[in-house]
Ligand binder design. Structure first.
Ligand SMILES: Cc1ncc(COP(=O)(O)O)c(C=O)c1O
Length: 400
């Protein structure tokens, strides 16, 4: 049972009946994250890097302290390799425009998978359109597993980037990214990994993975919205041009010419989300303070219980049945529209999501306009599963 962890999330004290099954969209926030953000605005607010008065120095220290925490959390070799962004989307766009675009020519290609979130699809599609390069897509089977044989054959000496999702936010598939990164490395191809859905539950070690870039959002690992991380290998980041230009990223400015600051400032133009970075640091403190191995095991137990309980409902079809999966369940229920299902569940205080989950190509693949998605996290319990399954049964009865 995850009751001890659940008690750390004030929203569940506020709404004791809430069954929150939308953690793939955003996670709830623990007490210390909320307190960290409030404390910053109440006792620590000042802009960073510029002021010399104590409050400004403390704000800078807390902001930069969060960078150190992220560095440790993902085992980056250097703190300069850790860039604060607005989120996963900002990270993929930055890499597409500043790293890939200048290296991409007509006849080159970029490889992504059939299950990418739009945030890891459109930025690559756009740079391909800008240059006449080809977007190659690793196909998947009807379980939602990538075809690794085809993946190998898509990689060529004109592949400029492999951009891969670790865990699909729609299908729950856990992709064998270690193996896939090695395959690309053998051919000297850089890899970007979208760990938006995995970072909260799995340990991500960028050095062990040997990936060139990773992107994630603070709000999916119990931190605030509007803050995220782009990790990039120093060698690449040094070669890249800034993505945005303005304050706090320069060395010297004249009307004739501007020279840029070193890493990481070069990529952090303007006043950043200071409270967000501090909140993300608090989220990492939270995660490192709990027994993550046990939390993951508890989540897996809830996942197995959810899967077997959902499958007791005749007419429920899981969309995504890969062998290696996480606790994200997309499903169709008879021919009831997912929006009706999610609305009905919402009235019973059960939060799920209906739609294409920013993965329209997955919907096209399965021939569906939308699915209902129940996504679980470390604060969910088997009681949540029971409430979900019981209410889905009531929905079936209502619509039959
Ligand atoms: C796998 C994956 N990639 C990217 C994103 C985009 O994240 P954000 O909207 O925080 O930029 C999401 C969010 O749902 C996601 O699940």
């Amino acid at each position: 049972m995850n009751m001890e962890i659940k008690s750390r999330f004030p929203i569940f004290t506020e709404y004791p009946d809430l069954v929150y099954l939308d953690s793939a969209a955003t996670t709830q926030k623990p007490d210390t994250v909320i307190a960290g953000i409030t404390d910053f605005y109440q006792r620590g607010n000042a802009n960073i890097h510029r002021g010399v008065y104590p409050l400004a120095a403390q704000a800078t220290e807390r902001f930069e302290g969060s960078r150190d925490k992220v560095q440790g959390f993902i085992n980056a070799q250097k703190r300069e390799e850790v860039l604060f962004t607005a989120g996963t989307t900002a990270g993929t766009n930055l890499v597409a425009q500043s790293f890939v675009l200048p290296r991409l020519e007509k006849g080159d290609n970029i490889v992504i998978s059939a299950m990418e979130h739009h945030a890891n699809l459109i930025p690559w599609q756009i740079v391909c359109e800008q240059t006449g390069a080809e977007l190659r897509v690793i196909p998947m089977n009807t379980k939602g597993e990538l075809d690794l044989g085809t993946y190998s054959s898509l990689l060529s000496n004109t592949t400029r980037m492999v951009a891969l999702v670790h865990i699909s936010n729609t299908l729950g598939t856990i992709n064998p990214v270690e193996e896939m990164i090695q395959e690309a490395k053998k051919k000297g191809i850089p890899v970007l990994l979208d760990v938006a859905q995995s970072i909260a539950h799995y340990s991500i070690d960028v050095q062990a993975l040997e990936c060139d870039f990773i992107v994630f959002s603070g709000h999916k690992l119990f931190g605030p919205t509007g803050i995220g991380i782009l990790y990039g290998k120093e060698e690449w980041l040094n070669q890249m041009n800034p993505y945005q230009y303005g304050g706090d990223m320069i060395r010297d400015v004249t009307f004739a010419k501007t020279t840029f600051a070193g890493l990481p400032n070069k990529f952090e133009a303007g006043t950043p989300n200071i409270a967000g970075a501090i909140g993300l640091g608090a989220a990492i403190d939270f995660l490192t303070s709990i027994d993550r191995v046990k939390a993951l095991q508890d989540l897996k137990n809830v996942q197995s219980y959810a899967e077997s309980s959902l499958l007791t409902l005749n007419g429920l079809k899981l969309i995504g049945t890969a062998k290696d999966r996480t606790a994200i369940f997309s499903f169709a229920l008879n021919d009831i529209h997912p929006h009706d299902i999610a609305t009905f569940l919402g009235e019973e205080k059960i939060a799920t999501r209906a739609g294409h989950h920013c993965t329209q190509p997955i919907m096209d693949f399965f021939g569906l306009p939308a699915t209902t998605r129940a996504s679980f996290s470390i604060y969910n319990t088997t009681t949540d599963v029971d409430r979900l399954v019981q209410t889905l049964g009531e929905i079936q009865a209502f619509f039959s």
